[in-house]
Design a protein around this ligand. Structure first.
Ligand code: PLP
Ligand code: ZN
Length: 468
């Protein structure tokens, strides 16, 4: 065993349990108590960098794929694998860019809105940050077959790692009729076995967990603690882009709550290691149609409570939801999730980062998305919940105009072209109908294509009207 894996372990997040297990075990929950697992490190025995800029310097050594990777150049901060075991396809070449127009839309001074564009990853979403880590772990344990349930991006990401690394085959479970076409096309093109389950993401996840347990298939869902280790690096890259200055806010859409959980862990560890002196505040944004976290956190005051969460409250909430037959329902399909698997870890992150939770309706999400696009970024609907949430928090006065606010754009625009075209082209269509069924008649920033006769004069008339 390498020095790295020797000093890393899996540890139960339940403070009354805290059982530890080897990183060579394949676990999706604590075998003692059923709680979620973390990856823990014996930092005293590891070569911790003396400053964060040391890790930034590695990028100049980009012929080494591990230093080129925006995840693994930070590998000293997620040291669970030895270098030879790491599976990388050049993920994490992302940018943080300031946007004047989005700042204005949110109500921030100058260019205080900073957009972290994770759509630039190989499969077009932030999921690659986590999947490179899970693929690495799958290789460590010699897995030959891996699986996930997905609203789309996780399956696209797992599929690309499987086809690029050729170490394991994959089967992905998606809900029927729920997946955006860009994402489905990726799973098919990368050659993943694709099962469309009659039901939604929550149904698909339950099935895949049972299947993996019975068939000893490697499970790549967010219950997999290794994925969150990779996702910590999104925050490392944000800090790197800000010359290691901590921003005031991180705003992220919340679905299964893996990202928010990983961000909280990243900041807690950086603080513990003395690499930063303060943590930013965290805002997690639900879609109004998939608002479990917002309901529990804001209306029922559920808190981390040092790991002693009120499980009766949580279970009661889910029981009521099931009894009422209540299903997640939002156009932001990547966050259309009512049973967030990382709920407790997210509560911990909110505790670490003095966090807030909000929910935003679909029309606010789509209007924000159009503003993001017009500002020179493209994203899928779920991503725009971050900007819509920041705008709401600004209106409430929780975020100040002078705050520096990082919004995470989690997925690429081309993931869900139906949503984009449906928004801009107000004529009846799938999205327009779905919007109408939610009482949204008018979108704020439509940009419909104009039909013109195949005639030069008519075309010139239209062109000249743009300048009028
Ligand atoms: C998965 C996903 C989310 C939700 O992230 P969680 O970590 O599950 O909260 C948001 N946006 C996009 C584009 C995603 O693919
Ligand atoms: Zn336990």
């Amino acid at each position: 065993m390498s020095a790295a894996t020797d000093s890393a372990f899996q540890i139960c997040i339940n403070p009354d349990c805290r059982s530890t297990f080897s990183v060579d075990d394949t676990l999706v929950a604590c075998p003692e108590c059923g709680s979620l697992l973390d990856i823990g490190y014996d930092w005293d025995r590891l070569p911790v960098p003396s400053s964060l800029s040391e890790l930034e310097a590695r990028w100049s050594n980009r012929r080494n794929p591990l230093d080129f990777s925006g995840v693994w150049r930070f590998r000293q901060l997620l040291p669970f694998a030895s270098d030879e075991q790491i599976v990388t396809i050049g993920e994490g070449q992302t940018i943080l860019r300031a946007s004047d127009s989005v700042s204005k839309y949110i109500g921030l001074n100058g260019a205080n809105a900073l957009l972290q564009y994770e759509g630039l990853n190989p499969s077009g979403s932030f999921k690659d940050n986590g999947m490179t880590a899970a693929s690495t772990h799958a290789r460590m344990v010699g897995a030959k077959f891996a699986a996930c349930a997905s609203t789309g991006n996780t399956s696209a990401s797992l599929a690309i790692y499987s086809s690029a690394a050729q170490l394991f085959r994959v089967v992905v479970f998606v809900g029927s009729g729920k997946i955006a076409f860009g994402k489905l096309s990726q799973a098919l093109d990368y050659g993943a076995h694709t099962l469309q389950i009659q039901g939604d993401f929550d149904d698909a996840l339950k099935q895949v967990r049972d299947v993996c347990q019975r068939e000893k298939i490697y499970l790549c869902n967010r219950v997999n603690p290794f994925r969150l280790e990779g996702q910590k690096t999104i925050m490392f890259r944000v800090l790197e882009a800000l010359a290691w200055e901590v921003p005031d806010w991180i705003v992220v859409p919340g679905g299964n709550l893996g990202n928010s959980s990983a961000f909280g862990k990243a900041f807690a560890e950086l603080k513990q290691l003395g690499l930063i002196d303060r943590v930013p505040r965290l805002a997690v944004i639900n879609a109004a149609g998939a608002n479990t976290l917002s309901q529990l956190y804001n209306n029922q005051s559920l808190r981390w409570n040092e790991g002693r969460t009120d499980d009766e409250l949580i279970n009661g909430y889910f029981a009521e939801m099931d009894a009422a037959g209540h299903r997640a329902n939002t156009l932001a399909s990547a966050i259309e999730i009512n049973r967030p698997v990382n709920l407790k870890k997210c509560l911990r992150a909110l505790d670490t980062c003095d966090g807030v939770v909000r929910e935003v309706p679909d029309d606010a999400i789509l209007d924000a998305k159009a503003q993001i696009g017009a500002g020179g970024f493209g994203c899928e609907p779920a991503s725009a919940a971050s900007v819509a949430g920041a705008k709401l928090l600004r209106e409430e006065g929780v975020i100040a105009p002078s705050d520096r606010v990082v919004c995470i754009l989690t997925g690429h625009q081309l993931k869900d072209p139906d949503a984009t075209v449906g928004y801009h082209q107000s004529s009846p269509g799938q999205i327009a109908d779905k919007l109408a069924s939610r009482g949204i008649q008018a979108v704020q920033f439509p940009n419909a294509p104009q039909a013109v006769e195949n005639d030069l004069d008519r075309i010139l008339d239209v062109i000249r009207s743009f300048n009028a």
